[in-house]
Ligand binder design. Structure first.
Ligand code: SF4
Length: 312
């Protein structure tokens, strides 16, 4: 096997259903690049590890409880039931990823009792926004993907899809952070339009509603997309992918400092903060860019005040 610099931007020549795919993009990674090209490089190309954060892991546990809640008969989907499901969900997560307990080492963060209390508050807030006894989701934690004509694969996980009796589709995403200000609202909606584009391409139906449920502040953001929106989203996604390829060709993964830097795990390596990025990795040429990112499944970033476009 030939060895070359890993590149998400080079042709991967990986057949998916018999079609050669050029590369793959999720809303999280697209959001990374929009936030900061260097952050995208650190996460997607260097694959630098990031320490678990209490906010992100709270998101993971809360998502799991809300996913499992709908396995129960409608009448049992109560706030107390959700609270009771919290500890088992946390214990199952720790069994799979024991290093998560490091978040609570002395001096490293909050103590576990107050963190669990904050998880319960977030779950309680969910019930002020929706009544799960009146909902029967069609899908939960659904992996979606579609191949654009350019042979770029779009993919991601949708928290919940509701389908009305008339076939109308509602795409729902839970955020454990607060509702964004105007500046970040477009970024949050971009993720939802990305999912809507994939659903439109795969099911032939434009979702009737995109709904972001902000459990940190108890607010909902709703948006009704149309075909023109989704075509514009496709053009935007293609433009982002073009910019990623350009950065790869030029090696210019420049930092883009913003207030989101305070959540960045890689400040010490960032030239904007006096650091030096590592050499770009050299790996066997493999279509790793087409594997499902574990982060999408297990950790969701939901900073408390200014959420970036996130993981789940
Ligand atoms: S610290 Fe800020 S500018 Fe630097 S890589 Fe992170 S997000 Fe980008």
């Amino acid at each position: 096997m030939s060895v070359q610099q890993e590149s998400p931007a080079e042709p991967l020549s990986t057949p998916v259903d018999g079609v050669e795919v050029l590369g793959a993009l999720s809303p999280s990674r697209a959001g990374d690049f929009l936030t900061c090209p260097l952050l995208y490089r650190f996460r997607t190309i260097d694959r630098l590890p990031e320490p678990p954060s209490p906010d992100a892991v709270r998101g993971t546990v809360v998502h799991k409880v809300l996913e499992d809640l709908f396995d129960l008969p409608a009448a049992q989907r109560t706030p107390q039931q959700a609270r009771d499901m919290l500890l088992p969900a946390w214990e199952a997560l720790v069994a799979a990823e024991p290093e998560l307990t490091g978040m609570f080492d002395e001096g490293a963060g909050p103590d576990i009792a107050s963190w669990l209390t904050s998880c319960r508050s977030v779950l309680d807030r969910y019930f002020t926004l929706e009544d799960p006894t009146r909902l029967e989701p069609a899908e939960r934690e659904l992996y979606v993907e579609t191949l654009l004509e350019s042979r770029l694969l779009l993919r991601g996980f949708v928290d919940r899809i509701d389908i009305a009796p008339d076939g109308a589709i509602r795409v729902v995403d839970y955020k454990t952070g607060r509702a964004p200000g105007e500046l970040f609202e477009a970024k949050a909606l971009f993720q939802m339009k990305f999912y809507a584009l994939v659903i439109w391409r795969t099911r032939g139906v434009v979702p009737a509603m995109l709904q972001l449920v902000y459990l940190g502040s108890g607010e909902m953001l709703r948006y009704v997309p149309d075909e023109a929106d989704l075509r514009a989203t496709e053009r935007k996604v293609e433009a982002i992918w073009g910019a990623i390829r350009q950065a790869q060709d030029s090696g210019d993964w420049r930092p883009s400092p913003s207030k989101l830097c305070s959540w960045c795990a890689h400040q010490a390596l960032c030239p904007a903060y006096g650091g030096t990025p590592p050499e770009l990795p050299v790996r066997d040429a493999q279509p790793e860019d087409l594997t499902v990112e574990p982060g999408l499944l297990t950790v969701r970033s939901s900073p408390p005040t200014a959420p970036p476009v996130s993981d789940h």
